[in-house]
Design a protein around this ligand. Sequence first.
Ligand code: SAM
Length: 296
Amino acid sequence: MMNLCSPTTIRTLMSEAGIRFRKDFGQNFLIDPAVPQRIAQACADDEDTLILEIGPGVGCLTQQLALRYRRVVALEIDAGLIPVLERTVGEFRHVTVYREDVMKADLPALLKQSVPDRQPGIDMTVSVCANLPYYITTPILMRLLTCGINFSAITVMVQKEVADRLTAAPGSRDYGAITAVTGYYGQARKLFTVPAGCFLPAPKVNSAVLRIDLFKQTPFVPKDEGLLFRTIRAAFEMRRKTLVNALAAAFPEMGKEHLGGLVRETGFPEQVRGECLSTADFVRLADLIHDALREN
Ligand code: SAM
């Protein structure tokens, strides 16, 4: 089996394929073999899990996934890497590589196509595992959370700052809209940090591996999901403002006094800032806004 974390091997594979590292695709490949092993180990609890990998690169993580799980589906945007992946992971019959942009691909259809006899997410556990391209981390995470596949877990390498943000507690400096939205879908925890020197080329930032365990049964049933996300977005749009002032800008039809009453009814003083509310608090507040809008 090829050592796909060796810088010499990576450079040779790429030069033989006539390709270079593409910064615009966030290509920083892992060169510390312990890291893909740890990520692959941490991303699922059962070898029957169907693994969706985003951005296999030259295949170092794909290889480790293939050794542990029965089915692996990998999506790579860079057409130049597809022949490389055929060389590096083509021997694994249970790995399917698609030339796809994860932001455009029909994810449920691709997964179904690779396991025609099963229903991924229903009678087969599906988990995501990836060393994500950093230029597009948040949109990819949001797409995965909302694409309609019942993922069991999403385990991804992200910038350390993103991992800190997604695992921040309400009221802390790093807590933001993305934290509250992610908290609606599951529980995020940081598994381990990875220094920049573990990548080729080395990025300017440190990284961390994050695992989001999706709720099997959601603890939140908002009256209007769209309104919940609108409320969360509004609360963080103007971070230095109080929650009431931020909401007043987003819901001008309601008036500050009315909104102040709803914030108090949610259990907070009127001067509170949005970052103090947990996902559950936002669900309560959005439900109150929903009722108030209907009464108007
Ligand atoms: N998995 C490899 C590793 O750990 O060494 C490569 C990780 S590299 C940080 C990110 C990979 O995602 C690159 O291979 C890049 O070409 C790919 N990529 C970037 N944008 C993508 C997209 N929109 N859809 C699918 N793959 C993408």
